[in-house]
Design a protein around this ligand. Structure first.
Ligand SMILES: Nc1ncnc2c1ncn2[C@@H]1O[C@H](COP(=O)(O)OP(=O)(O)OP(=O)(O)O)[C@@H](O)[C@H]1O
Ligand SMILES: [Mg+2]
Length: 334
């Protein structure tokens, strides 16, 4: 059967593209506990996760450090073999048929490049053209599109090791898309990027999803990525899925606080105003927390009234604090 025939025959063509059922990954880790002693411990990195993702969905996959996000993504690509449970991506068992799956998925690990370090960017793309046996016209079309939208024109002849982090990341995203994958896994694709680059990457991903219905699973610590891109968010903690729903719903469970950063003319004792509590003082700068649902205006007015105010900004709670709060308020699981 040709590749095209296989695709058309796929019963999952319009249904669930990613299916996990009780997925587990256990690592056996040896730890030194003394000069001659080693102890074997088991880490349940992924501890029975079940979910499905439909074609065209853009899903955020978030959780604190060590929650098991990257381990899940590695199993979804076939790099790691699950210790238990069932897993299908586009009807394929990833660890059994990793090469066949590779032609249908794209992966970007923000922490690590898939590009050839010493070669100019364009050479990596040429190698992928051959490796994935991408039809010439398709390759040219996709490359052109990525070069334009990700602003890669001036970088194609630059060796990858000379690219800045943001340039390299854009290069990696293009590399993951040259073969028209149906699913794209992004593991922290905006880590370390400046505001402008982040916005560019987000816009690109949104267009990709809208125009080609590419299914996206996005792992990130930046809640703004999720706000811009994902209707659905899944939260994992200690290898377990603890939330699957909308981002707004997550905020309701975890009604966070916002932070007011206040610059005064000089150092003063902690500011006392109604509706906010001081959380930190550093020289003339102070941090005050107030409920995310409250308006900042009356607090700002009270500070401006009673203190020598120079500057002021409001910070949204970051993903870590939203999640930390969510656990603090959640009864501990049995
Ligand atoms: N190859 C490995 N060998 C042993 N333990 C591992 C291995 N890979 C991951 N782990 C452990 O599994 C757990 C989950 O790690 P994972 O990298 O999936 O977390 P994560 O959610 O991606 O975290 P982060 O936000 O820091 O990227 C951690 O406790 C980690 O130490
Ligand atoms: Mg990770």
């Amino acid at each position: 059967m040709t590749e095209e025939a296989i695709r058309t025959a796929d019963p999952l063509r319009t249904g669930d593209l990613i299916e996990l059922d009780g997925l587990e990954k256990v690592f056996d880790v040896r730890r030194r506990t003394g000069p001659l002693r080693r102890e074997k411990t088991r880490v349940r990195a992924v501890d029975g996760i079940s979910f499905t993702v439909s074609r065209g969905e853009m899903v955020g996959y978030i959780g604190p450090n060590g929650a098991g996000k990257s381990t899940t993504v590695k199993m979804l690509t076939g790099i790691l073999t699950p210790s238990g449970g069932r897993l299908r991506v586009a009807g394929i068992d990833p660890s059994r048929e990793r090469t066949r799956l590779a032609r249908r998925i794209g992966v970007v690990f923000g922490q690590r490049t898939t590009l050839w370090w010493d070669l100019p960017l364009i050479d990596s793309y040429r190698l992928m053209h051959r490796m994935y046996r991408i039809p010439d016209a398709r390759y040219r079309q996709n490359l052109e599109r990525c070069v334009e939208l990700l602003d890669l024109g001036a970088l194609l002849d630059v060796p990858v090791r000379q690219l800045s982090l943001g340039q390299r990341m854009r290069g990696d995203i293009a590399a993951a898309l040259l073969h028209d994958p149906e699913v794209l896994y992004l593991d922290e694709p905006t880590i370390g990027l400046d505001v402008v680059s982040k916005a560019k990457v987000r816009e690109f991903l949104r267009d990709l999803n809208a125009e080609r219905a590419t299914t996206v699973l996005l792992t990130t610590h930046d809640l703004t990525d999720i706000e811009h891109l994902c209707n659905r968010v899944m939260v994992i903690d200690h290898g377990r899925l603890v939330y699957d729903g909308t981002l707004a719903g997550l905020h309701e469970i975890a009604p966070g606080e916002r932070i007011l950063v206040v610059d005064l003319e000089h150092r003063l004792p902690p500011i006392e105003v109604a509706g906010a509590r001081p959380v930190r003082v550093e020289g003339p700068r102070q941090w005050l927390a107030f409920p995310a649902s409250a308006s900042a205006a009356p607090i700002v007015a009270a500070i401006a009234d009673g203190y020598p105010l120079v500057d002021l900004s409001v910070r949204e709670p970051d993903i870590e604090s939203v999640i930390a709060r969510m656990y603090a308020e959640r009864p501990t699981a049995p």
